[in-house]
Design a binder for this molecule. Structure first.
Ligand SMILES: [Zn+2]
Length: 102
């Protein structure tokens, strides 16, 4: 009887984590979509999607990053983010950049 209970509980846990995973993936997809749209908007007008500031291209660790001179927003596409986070684990430059901004 307790075995049946355990099995049922395990099933509920698996279902819970599966749902949590799907939610996280959906959120990530939305964020990537937004980043790509922002990037496209920034590219066509060369101005910040958030404010009307000018975007400046910076090459950081071989990755091109668009940053706004006015609000300081940073825009990049999903591929660039991937490259940066990979490099971040090696060098920690992203952490240093954020610390320097304070
Ligand atoms: Zn801006």
């Amino acid at each position: 009887m307790s075995d049946a209970f355990d099995e049922r509980r395990r099933g509920l846990e698996e279902e819970y984590f599966r749902r949590k995973n799907n939610e996280a993936i959906e959120k990530l997809r939305e964020r990537i979509k937004f980043a790509e749209a922002a990037k496209a908007a920034g590219k066509s007008s060369m101005s910040c999607p958030r404010c009307d500031g000018k975007l400046k291209e910076n090459k950081v660790e071989e990755v091109l990053v668009d940053s706004c001179e006015k609000c300081g927003g940073v825009w990049l596409d999903s591929g660039e983010l991937e490259k940066l986070t990979t490099r971040e684990s090696e060098t920690g430059w992203l952490t240093r950049l954020w610390m320097a901004g304070d």
